[in-house]
Design a binder for this molecule. Sequence first.
Ligand code: PLP
Length: 467
Amino acid sequence: MGENSELSKNNPAIPIKPGSEDAWIEKVLAIGKSIVALEQTTPVTLPLRPEELAEQVDLGISPHGTTFAQVLNDLEQVAALTPRTSSKRFYNQLFGGRDPISTAAELVVAFANTSMYTYKAGGINAVIEEQLMAKISGLLGFSDGEGTISPGGSISNLLSVVLARDNAVHQNGGPFKIYTSELCHYSIRKNANITGIGRKNVRFVKTDDRGRILIDSLVNLIEEDLAQGDSPLMINATAGTTVLGAFDPIRAISRIAKKYSLWLHVDGALGGAMILSKKHRHLIDGISCANSLTWNPHKLMGVPLSCSAFIVHQKGLLEKSLGEEADYLFQSEEEGMADLGATSIQCGRRNDALKLWAAWKHHGDQGFESRVDSLMSLAQETASLIRQAPQLELVAEVASVNVCFRHKTAPAAWICRQLEVRQLALVSHALVGEEKIIRLPLVNLDTTLDDIRLFLGFVVEVAEDWK
Ligand SMILES: Cc1ncc(COP(=O)(O)O)c(C=O)c1O
């Protein structure tokens, strides 16, 4: 006690007044309020260079610390300078908006600061995660499924490669081969590298004009590899590709996976949400035949980053690949009070389950379903607006929530940059074939058709300055 107060005297960074909690918690909530207010007044921040940012906040860490009050002020300033990724003008990536109930849950998580690795530390939160995993398994039609929440879709996809490798059927002496769409997310290549399979052993399957894997091309690659003595390992089917939002034909792919005894993973980071919608579930028809699935509720369901579910069709497979003895940590002795560390990649693991649970509990199955349906409709309505605009053109039919389009005269990258520097909107460009186009993902549940009209108006307006 005495030691602590001595330390506090010399180190102004440590809050010293007993009972000061209320004051700083109020200040934190005030910062939260100011972030929300700034999203209205300046929905797009000026893109400043690092040295310009460093001029606005003292970023240095001094040997003697900084007062608690000063750091809280600095935090407020950092928040003000942070790109407004929750504003309605943010269309840059596949996440956006703010779902109040899951943000509330996220605050609870920050205060509780528990870890999900053991039942002892996670308690009720571990029960919640297991319940969520069971619910998603049920929706997928996995009668014996299990799952874990990972730090993102890339890591969920990594888990699929690890489990496929540990349960490989073909061990022909030649290298393992992974088959995936030429339009897949880059984590597939990265994960091949991380697992030692190697980037060069990722086989890219050609796609049709709507961005879906061509089955003939898939079969040809597998046959070629078998003839060479290689070891086909897994097929990664994408449900909602990163740019076009396209869905690979899972049922047809599952027949090929079965025929050649390959692991079938579905990267549904974006489109896994279709399990929630009766209207759009056909897009992932055949999903119950998959071995594993990635689904990121932090994309289409508006749950705060990060929240990704990795679900596998058979209980016990996660522990087979990830379970380790650690006497100092795993001390659960009672049946049903499992330590989730045995089924996850991390040791200490933050609680990303609570915000999904809170959102799902609040909105219900029906609320989640109507969220998916309304975003899918919004994307189609946006496509109609683009068809009607003489200066704009769709690049591809809209497959889900990403609308890819071009301006007929001004280049996509130039338009995106102009929208940013003029503080009108954040949106990104992407390659479709050889062409850079504008990709507009509709993932923010608060976005209205009027917001889209405004956005498209900005695109047309800035493009007038292109010479
Ligand atoms: C299809 C697909 N898979 C995986 C990912 C990676 O997800 P995360 O950003 O959570 O790592 C993305 C990200 O956009 C994606 O579009």
